[in-house]
Design a protein around this ligand. Structure first.
Ligand code: ATP
Ligand code: LTN
Length: 332
């Protein structure tokens, strides 16, 4: 049988804080799983991170840690490209071009922009507003077929598709129009304190999120304090947001179905259930934490890895950028 070329995947994560269990279950675990079937390109989106003010030393540390953590969860640079966004200049270059093909009205409708401008009312900068143009540049530079993201990024992907289609109408076949890939299971991990909100690494309430690198005691404490309800019955039902979230997490880390979980905890209180969820999460994260510590003690290896990946990415990115510039009418 003739072999089909592998489809190309692109995704990125911001180094805007400690990566959470939400990032892991909602995004990173899928990134790892996709590496054999697809040609994967993953980046640490440091350019996106400065849409919110960052302290230089802290940002540098977070970029390094995010990179190491991606390797620790199982992104294998032998199989996939794994680099730092700002190391490939074409991302910024194409972002400018795409921002000239993205409308004010479309950007104004982005919920992330509205949320973040409410949160950072003193710094509603142009980058925060044109964020989706940079994200579109990331994806379109590599002519990606699919983009695995959590449900919260769907709107940004739609804008990317609209911009790609718009450019293709003017300059035929310039871009591959990417499809979103939003996994159903574990797609949305909610805050442990406000289970109607997504778990977010930038939430100032540390009890609301579990970091992948949290110590076992902290993880257990956070689960013990998780907000539930007064019914005292472990079952998945509308209105039981806290318990539903814990069941989703437990299911994602153990592979058990809701029915199996309900049976296992039949007649038991929330205390027992929360302990079980906490322990299962600790067991899942332990090997990732061990590998992270190992990688962080070997900075040379990390540097060589990101440099090699960026070089390979650059070759692909420059090809697309050149094509776009020529089609637009620049002297390239
Ligand atoms: P921030 O709080 O800074 O907005 P974040 O925690 O939402 O950050 P991002 O860097 O925006 O994380 O997201 C990285 C990836 O993780 C995205 O694909 C996003 O959809 C996914 N993700 C983030 N939070 C969750 C969550 N709670 N549940 C599932 N997936 C998530
Ligand atoms: N905006 C995304 C991170 C991101 C991204 C991308 C995701 C930047 N560029 C390209 C997918 C494809 C976020 O905040 N999760």
């Amino acid at each position: 049988m003739e072999q089909q070329p592998k489809k190309r995947i692109y995704s990125a994560i911001q180094p805007s804080g400690m990566l959470t269990l939400g990032n892991y279950l909602g995004a990173l675990r899928n990134w790892v799983a996709m590496q054999d079937e697809y040609e994967c390109i993953y980046t640490v989106a440091d350019l996106h991170a400065i849409t919110v003010r960052q302290e230089p030393a802290k940002l540098r540390k977070q970029i390094l840690e995010t990179y190491a953590l991606l390797m620790a969860v199982g992104i294998d640079p032998e199989k996939s490209l794994l680099f730092i966004q700002s190391h490939v200049a074409a991302h910024s270059q194409l972002a400018w071009i795409l921002s000239c093909y993205t409308q004010f009205g479309e950007l104004s409708r982005m919920t992330q922009f509205k949320d973040k401008s409410a949160k950072h009312a003193d710094n509603i900068n142009a980058g925060l507003f044109s964020y989706p143009a940079l994200m579109a540049a990331d994806i379109l530079l590599y002519q990606a077929d699919m983009v695995p993201v959590g449900a919260d990024q769907k709107q940004h992907l739609e804008i990317t598709r609209d911009v790609a289609n718009r450019m293709n109408n003017i300059y035929p076949n310039v871009f591959t129009v990417p499809e979103p890939y939003i996994p159903k299971i574990g797609a949305r991990v909610m805050s442990l304190q406000e289970p109607t909100q997504k778990m977010s690494k930038s939430d100032p309430n540390v009890n609301a999120w579990v970091a992948i690198l949290d110590k076992p005691d902290d993880i257990m404490r956070k689960f013990k304090r998780a907000v539930t309800d007064s019914e005292a019955c472990v079952r998945y039902a509308e209105g039981k947001d806290g318990i539903n979230n814990l069941m989703d997490i437990f299911s994602a880390v153990t592979g058990k179905t809701y029915a199996e979980i309900e049976k296992e905890f039949d007649g038991k209180g929330y205390g027992d259930f929360k302990m079980a969820v906490g322990e299962a999460v600790v067991d899942t994260l332990k090997p990732v934490q061990d590998r992270f510590n190992e990688l962080m003690s070997n900075r040379d290896v990390l540097e060589t890895t990101w440099r090699n990946s960026a070089q390979q990415a650059e070759a692909i990115a420059r090809r697309t950028l050149g094509k776009v510039m020529k089609k637009i009418g620049f002297i390239y």
